[in-house]
Design a protein around this ligand. Structure first.
Ligand code: ATP
Ligand code: MG
Length: 280
């Protein structure tokens, strides 16, 4: 299921909901040259006490290079399972995934979890540097990259701080910097701001968009917030209740850069209403 419309049906004046309805009715795979992730028929069954539990029904999805795609759906519909399969943390029961990052020698995927999983005895700088140390990157180069990343996430001056001396939002920024440390082309984020208060979340959303535009990463972002999904994304994937499958893919045709004006845009509110209705 994808966003592209048959060419003759694309016309500028169509309102957002009509375009989305058309794209739902006439899905078409993205052109191969624009695709970075190609997911075909990926599904996952768990076995619990001998009983089969389907966590994810067969799923098809294409993601473009440099695209920001959010996944939203009810609890238990398989969002984390899909991300974990993409990251290689879980094995799919079937189907295929192709991630084309043009450079197979490099680590491909960075993962940011809901809770910042930092090593409590290491400083912010050492936490960010940790994957580089593990990969035996020379100390000077690793330090310089970690310092740049801490600057990118707005933590200059906190290099020596231990995680317990940082706020929740700051810890999550360290996790983002760490996930970016080995320069992955794909960043997977599983409700990264879900545990934060709304003001911090709003701020981090803007920071994430700035990081995304500077680094040109492809981002797959799981959230429970329709506002966050609509604000951040190029496309929003809505999943159905458990066992999850992709129900609808929405194009987000809101201008970039996003900001306060986005939040006043009637199309933004229409999209949130459409997403809420779809999720019910
Ligand atoms: N390791 C596991 N063993 C057994 N069942 C699992 C395992 N991991 C996930 N599941 C089941 O798979 C289903 C999908 O789980 P998943 O964590 O992907 O959902 P989710 O969409 O991320 O939910 P949430 O929004 O609550 O995070 C759930 O029913 C869950 O119980
Ligand atoms: Mg989850």
């Amino acid at each position: 299921m994808q966003d592209a419309l048959p060419p003759k049906l694309v016309c500028k004046g169509l309102n957002v909901s009509v375009r989305q309805e058309l794209s739902r009715l006439w899905p078409r795979p993205l052109g191969a040259n624009r695709r970075m992730i190609t997911i075909r028929g990926v599904h996952k069954d768990f076995s619990i006490d001998g009983a089969k539990v389907t966590a994810l029904s067969p799923t098809d999805l294409d993601v473009r290079r440099g695209e920001f795609v959010s996944i939203i759906g009810p609890s238990g519909c398989g969002k984390s399972t899909l991300l974990r399969i993409l990251a290689g943390l879980e094995t799919a029961s079937g189907g295929s995934i192709d991630v084309d990052d043009g450079d197979r020698a490099r680590q491909r995927v960075g993962f940011v979890f809901q809770e910042p999983v930092l090593l409590p005895w290491l400083s912010a700088l050492e936490n960010v540097r940790f994957p580089l140390d593990t990969a035996r990157v020379a100390r000077t180069e690793a330090d310089s990259r970690a310092l740049d990343l801490l600057k990118l996430v707005g933590l200059t001056g906190f290099e020596a701080a231990l995680p317990r001396a940082l706020s929740g939002g700051m810890r999550q920024r360290v996790s983002i910097a760490r996930a970016l440390s080995y320069d992955p082309s794909l960043l997977l984020m599983d409700e990264p701001f879900g545990a934060l208060d709304l003001i911090t979340r709003d701020r981090l959303n803007d920071e994430l968009l700035s990081i995304w535009s500077q680094t040109k990463k492809t981002i797959l972002f799981v959230t429970h917030s329709v506002e966050e999904a609509a604000y951040l994304s190029d496309r929003v994937v809505v999943m159905s209740p458990r066992p999850g499958r992709i129900k609808t893919v929405y194009d987000v045709n809101l201008p970039r850069p996003r900001g306060e004006r986005t939040k006043l845009d009637p199309a933004f509110h229409q999209l949130m209403a459409d997403l809420r209705r779809d999720l019910q």
